[in-house]
Ligand binder design. Structure first.
Ligand code: HEM
Length: 424
C-alpha cells in the first residue's frame, strides 16, 4: 500500500500484537509479550537504551571495528565479511549488554564439539547462528528427555541454550551483589536487556554487511565519507560519542540509505485486535473485522517516488544530506549540512509507534561508528571497477529471507582492504 502504513495503523489505534508469537519475523524475542506484560517489559528495558548509555556503545564499537579492520588489512582477501561482521556486532553486544569483552581474533576459533565446556561467547554465538532451529523446536525440546536421540549438532545447540542461561543468571547475580554492597555496577545493560535483544545483533550485522558491500561498489562514496571523517576526527579532533557522532552525518547517511534500499525487516505483522474497528485511509473508511491480520511491507514504502524522487532504486547516500547553497568553504560544507528528515511513515526500518524498535539509537550509534572506521574495501585484484560494481550489486540483489532479509551468499563478496591515504 502506498500509504504510510505504520502512521495509519498507529493513528487508527491498531494493535501492535504479532499473531505469530513463535515465528515472528521481527527482532522481537520469540516469546514476545503483549498488553500489560509488554508495557512492563518495555518500561523496564527502556532506560538502558537512553542517551546516557550511548557513549558506552560508541566506546566499545570503535576499538572493535578498528581491530576488525586491522585484521582484514593483513589478509590478502576477505571471503567471510558476513561472518566477521557478526563477530564484531556480537562483541559489541557482549560488552555493552553483558559486560564481557573479547578481542577480534579469528585464529582462536576452534570447531566446537558436544560436551566441550562452552564459554559465554560460544553459547551466545551458537544461539544466534541457530536461532531458527531454536525457535522452531524450542529450548525445552533441545534439552529435554529426548535429547540423547537428537542429532549431534542439535544437542550442542541445546547445551548452548542451557549454558547461556547459566551465564546470564550468574551475571545478574553478580550485578545484584554489587548493587546490594552499594558498589557501582558495571555500567553495562545486563540487568535490563537480558537475552531479549539478541536479535538486534543480527539486524546490525546484516545491515553492516550490506553497507560494506555497497561501499565496495561505490569508491566515490568512500572518498565522500573519508573527507568527512578527516574533517571531523582529524582536523577537529572529535573522537568521542558526544563530539563525533552528531557530526558524522555522511556516515549516518550511508547507514540510512542502506536501510532504505536493503531493509532487513520485510514486514510488520499487526492485528486489528479483539474488536472490529475502522481504519481511515485518505478519504475512505475501511471496516476491519476483529482478529484480522495486517501486514505492512516495509520494502514497498521505502522506494516510493513521492518521498524519494525519481532515482528511488539507486543507492545514493547524498540524498540524506541537506547543504546550504551558500556553503562553499570545505569546513562550512560539513558543519552546515543537516540530515534529511523524511516525512513520518516514509522511512520505517525501525518501525514507528508504540512497538517501534527500542534499539534504534543503539543501532544508529554502532553502525555509524563502524562506518567511520570501515570505509576502505576495494574490489578483487585485476577487476575493473565497473565489473566489480555490477558483481557486488548482483550479490545484493541476491538477497532473501533467512530469519530476516539478508545477502544470501555473503561468502561470494570477496574484498581487499587497503590503507587509505586520506585517513593517515
Ligand atoms: C539495524 C538494526 C535494527 C533494525 C533495522 C531493527 C528493527 C526493528 C523493528 C522493525 C522492530 C519492530 C518490529 C515489529 O513491530 O514487528 C524492532 C523491534 C525490537 N528491536 Fe530492533 N532493530 C535493530 C536493532 C536492534 C537492537 C540493536 C536492539 C537491542 C539492542 C533491538 C531490540 C529490539 C526489541 C527489544 C524489539 C521489540 C520491541 C517491542 O516489542 O516492544 N533492535 N526492531
Amino acid at each position: 500500500m502506498a500509504y504510510t502504513a505504520s502512521k495509519l495503523l498507529s493513528a487508527n489505534g491498531i494493535s501492535m500484537k504479532s499473531p505469530y508469537p513463535n515465528a515472528t519475523l521481527s527482532c522481537k524475542p520469540a516469546c514476545c509479550v503483549e498488553g500489560r506484560d509488554w508495557q512492563r517489559h518495555r518500561k523496564a528495558t527502556a532506560p538502558p537504551f537512553g542517551e546516557p548509555n550511548m557513549g558506552l556503545v560508541w566506546t566499545e564499537c570503535i576499538p572493535q571495528a578498528t581491530e576488525t579492520l586491522d585484521f582484514w588489512k593483513e589478509c590478502s582477501h576477505i571471503r567471510q565479511t558476513g561472518k566477521d561482521v557478526r563477530r564484531f556486532s556480537l562483541h559489541v553486544l557482549s560488552t555493552t549488554g553483558f559486560g564481557k569483552s573479547y578481542s577480534f581474533d579469528r585464529s582462536t576459533d576452534e570447531a566446537l564439539r558436544e560436551g566441550d565446556s562452552l564459554t559465554y561467547k560460544d553459547s551466545l554465538s551458537l544461539i544466534l547462528e541457530n536461532a531458527i532451529l531454536i525457535m522452531l523446536l524450542g529450548p525445552k525440546f533441545l534439552t529435554g528427555s529426548l535429547q540423547q536421540f537428537l542429532p549431534k549438532h542439535w544437542r550442542l545447540v541445546g547445551q548452548a541454550t542451557s549454558t547461556f542461561k547459566k551465564h546470564i543468571s550468574e551475571s545478574i547475580k553478580e550485578e545484584k551483589a554489587l548493587i546490594a554492597e552499594g558498589k557501582p555496577h558495571r555500567g553495562n545493560f545486563i540487568s535490563a536487556i537480558g537475552s531479549q535483544n539478541l536479535r538486534g545483533h543480527d539486524s546490525i550485522a546484516i545491515t553492516l554487511t550490506y553497507v560494506i558491500t555497497h561501499l565496495a561498489a561505490y569508491p566515490e562514496i568512500q572518498d565522500w565519507l573519508a573527507a568527512e571523517i578527516r574533517h571531523v576526527c582529524k582536523d577537529k579532533g572529535a573522537t568521542t560519542y558526544r563530539d563525533a557522532f552528531p557530526k558524522l552525518k555522511r556516515c549516518t547517511a550511508v547507514v540510512y540509505e542502506t536501510l532504505r534500499t536493503s531493509t532487513p525487516f520485510p514486514a510488520m505483522v499487526k492485528t486489528s485486535g479483539p474488536q472490529p474497528r475502522s481504519l481511515k485511509v485518505g478519504d475512505d473508511t475501511l471496516h476491519l473485522p476483529a482478529g484480522m491480520n495486517i501486514i505492512s511491507t516495509i520494502p514497498s514504502v521505502h522506494p516510493h517516488p513521492r518521498y524519494w524522487g525519481a532515482d528511488i532504486d539507486t543507492w545514493r547516500p547524498e540524498r540524506w544530506i541537506e547543504t546550504s547553497h551558500e556553503a562553499s568553504a570545505v569546513a562550512f560544507v560539513f558543519d552546515s549540512g543537516t540530515l534529511y528528515t523524511p516525512p513520518q511513515g516514509a522511512f520505517l526500518p525501525w518501525s514507528e509507534g508504540d512497538r517501534a524498535c527500542p534499539g534504534k539509537k543503539f543501532a544508529q550509534v554502532e553502525l555509524t561508528g563502524a562506518v567511520s572506521v570501515l570505509v576502505e574495501p576495494v574490489p578483487e585484484n585485476g577487476e575493473t571497477m565497473e565489473r566489480a560494481r555490477n558483481r557486488k550489486m548482483d550479490m545484493i540483489k541476491d538477497s532473501g529471507m533467512v530469519l530476516l532479509i539478508e545477502i544470501l551468499h555473503p561468502e561470494r563478496v570477496v574484498l581487499r582492504w587497503v590503507k587509505r591515504e586520506a585517513r593517515d
